[in-house]
Design a protein around this ligand. Sequence first.
Ligand SMILES: O=P(O)(O)OP(=O)(O)OP(=O)(O)OC[C@H]1O[C@@H](n2cnc3c(O)ncnc32)[C@H](O)[C@@H]1O
Ligand SMILES: [Mg+2]
Length: 215
Amino acid sequence: MLSHEVIVVATKNAGKAKEFAHALKQLGKQTASLLDYPQIPDIVEDGDTFAANARIKAKTAGDALGVPVLADDSGLRVDALGGEPGVYSARYAGEGATDEANNAKLLRELGKLGDDGSDARRESLPDGSRLLSKARFVCALALYDPATGAFIEAEGAVDGFITDRPHGTGGFGYDPLFWLPALGRGMAELSKEEKQRISHRGEALRKLLSRLGQS
Ligand SMILES: O=P(O)(O)OP(=O)(O)OP(=O)(O)OC[C@H]1O[C@@H](n2cnc3c(O)ncnc32)[C@H](O)[C@@H]1O
Ligand SMILES: [Mg+2]
């Protein structure tokens, strides 16, 4: 299903598109994103799960373009917020919200909770910043072939903590507020290669590629 030289990734998120371009280049593939196909209307992401939304994006774009399409639906689940923002991560601060607005809302919501006595809230990092809650990035991928109607799917996740202030300027989205205790660094402090090795998206892509090899 990935026999085409150019793989279309059904995303309008430039940060995701760059990560896929980097990862798939290692397989000798070029990528295009929906930013290259402005004629495809905005896709309504009304699924209840990351996996359902990934299938919706892949099928909508694949049927419109007539080629196999890879789609990613991802987001952040924050323990202290009962798993929010979850599938609403992109529109947490409102429809069309910027990454900055979503990050500001996340800190606002966590700030409202006060000290719940959890270990996370007591711990501070060497620079004096504090860990506010356990959290997990989740990524669901769906590869859809319009010729057969078949999907290949995979999920990945990475655990960490939300910090009370940003660390690093790399990555995108919620990366500046996501702390990786095992590495002693923030997600936005990692290189593209490092993020690919440990991230939810990297794990999902490795699983998808191995399933593709078996199909
Ligand atoms: O739907 P597409 O067009 O792919 O782009 P999107 O940005 O709307 O993507 P999602 O619907 O999957 O929403 C994902 C949200 O989770 C955030 N997110 C996903 N992966 C991330 C990562 O690796 N690092 C930081 N934030 C991430 C991202 O910034 C969005 O706010
Ligand atoms: Mg989206």
